[in-house]
Each structure stands twice: as C-alpha cells, then as structure tokens.
Design a protein around this ligand. Sequence first.
Ligand code: TYM
Length: 329
Amino acid sequence: KKVMLSGIQPSGDLHLGNYLGAIKNWGARAEEFDCYYFMADMHTITVRQTPADLRRRTLTQLAQYIACGLDPEKNTLFIQSHIPAHAELGWVLNCYTMFGELSRMTQFKDKSAKHADNINGGLFTYPALMAADILLYQPDFVPVGNDQKQHVELTRNVAQRFNNIYGDVFKVPEPYIPKTGARIMSLNAPDSKMSKSIPEGCVFLMEKPEDIQRKFKRAITDSDTERCVRFDPENKPGVSNLMSIYSAVTGKTMEEIEAEFDGQGYGAFKPAVGEAVIECLRPIREETERILKDKAYLESVYKAGAEKASYVANKTLRKVYKKVGFVAK
Ligand code: TYM
C-alpha cells in the first residue's frame, strides 16, 4: 500500500480552508493508502500560545479529524509531541537544510512580519521539523493546500540531498493538492488566504449556522458592473472564491454553477453558498461535539496512534542515526 501523511497545527480552530484544502482531500482513503494524520502541536510554539487553549484545541482537532470521517481503526491519528523521533530527526535534518533555503520560505517571511517581536530560531528552522514529520513515515503523498507546497518541495530537496550522500534512506514524497479548494480566500478580503488571523472572513468548522450565513451574506463580491456569477479569478476574485467553495462542497463544476445562477445577481448566490457550507459542516460539528464528550475514547485513540506511529518513526530514525555515524545504543 502507498502511504499518505499530513498534519495541521492546532494554533487556531479549524476553518473551511483547512477542511477544503486538506482534510477533505485526506478523505476516506484508508482502503487505498496507509494513512497517518497528526496534530502538529510542536510547530505551534514557534508563536506564543496559551497552554490551556493549545491543549483544548489539540484534542478538539483530533475529534474533528474523526468527525470528518477519518476512522481511527483505519488511520493512524496521533499527536506530534508524543513521538520524540520528530524532534530527533528534526535536529538531524536541520544540519542538512541550508540557511538560504530557509530564508526563501514565504511562510517565514509572512510570520516574521506579523510577529516582529518574536522572530525566534524555531520559526526559522520550522521547515526542517516539517521535513522530519514527513520523512519519518516514508510517505508517497502529502495532501496539503497550496500554501504548504513550498515546504513539501523543500522536504523533497532535503531528502534527495541526504539520499545522495548516504544512499536510499528516504522516500521522496509528492505534494498532493486538490483541484478545487487548494487556496480558499478570505470572505471579506479575497486577496488574502482564509486564515484565523482575519476572523470576519474566516468560517470555522464549529461555528453556528447563523454566524456562517452572516459571513457569507457579507462576503465581498466584486465591484465590476456585470454582476453575474462567472468564474474569473483574475478580475472577479471574490465571486470566484465563493464559486470555488460552492464547487468544493457540492461537487458541481464551474459551468454548472454559472448555469444555476444565470440571470441572478449576487444576492441569490451568496446565501446559497452559505447554505451549502452550513449543510456540509453540520454533521461534522454535531459529531465533533458528541466525540468531545468522551475524553476516555479520545485518549485511547491518541495513545494507540502514538504506539503505531512510534514504531514506524523509530525505524526510520535508527536508520538515519546509523547512516550519519552515531553509535548504536
Ligand atoms: P497549517 O496548519 O497552516 O494548515 C493546515 C492545512 O490546511 C491548509 N490550508 C488551506 N488550504 C486552502 N485554503 C486555505 N485558506 C488554507 N489555509 C490552510 C494548508 O495548506 C495545510 O494543508 N506546516 C503545516 C503543518 C504541518 C504539516 C507537516 C503538513 C506540519 N508538519 C507535515 C503536512 C506534513 C501548516 O502550518 O499547515
């Protein structure tokens, strides 16, 4: 079986961008792939976190993974910090990742601009830890949204560099990016990607339906004069973003959507998108709330996940330690 792996930082509540760009694409693929999905808690402390919130969000995120259809019997679901091999391989890969490469990462540039008072070493070297997260499990595919593509490319370069020196140690993974939903934009600022840092333009998975609908009704459409629903990301970024969301949640093509709203203004279109999103998220929210009540179940899931993940991760780590010349314990 081919292997798939991905993770999300529990640095904020999960939003529609995370769902459509990543989790939806992880999907119920466990029959086809060996799947590893984790909470990237170690990455979140590159930015200051409130400890109690981080703990709560990590467990909520696990419940949401399950609610999104990732059956823990068939997928390995784990918490990154439970597997010491991530930090250990992360250190090794730091020594095979170049300063120049890290300096080119756009996420570093964005985050260091946003958190100018805390540009710490971890924020800079974070992609080496992400490379470790990935390479430990020898995945074929890494399903992520567009903004993580650069980090997966860096991971490929680091893996190839290491393999060139030591022989075939790592599988060189491919990014696996969805056709629609790979880059969901903010509802009230269609030139920025949807993210928790602009809450008014961001739809959270656990949000109340009336709040979701309010955000869609207020979504920025375009100031062009034609006022018709037509896919044209260049000239109509707001409408095109709403169309991408509608397409991703309903499975309809852009042509079908254009036909559906032909002759109608944005006034009919925006609430229709809101309604479709609400219906898509409703079962996820309800199931998450149900699962969150059972703390013992969640604990059993992450413990079993850590055990399975450790086994695979440690195998890769031992190989790496041997290759670089560390004495075996
Ligand atoms: P993170 O936590 O920022 O985002 C998690 C996933 O959600 C996707 N995403 C989006 N997709 C479409 N539109 C958006 N507006 C949007 N916003 C976020 C991201 O592309 C990502 O797939 N470094 C990673 C986490 C990570 C990881 C890994 C991922 C750590 N180790 C190993 C894969 C493999 C991150 O910060 O993603």
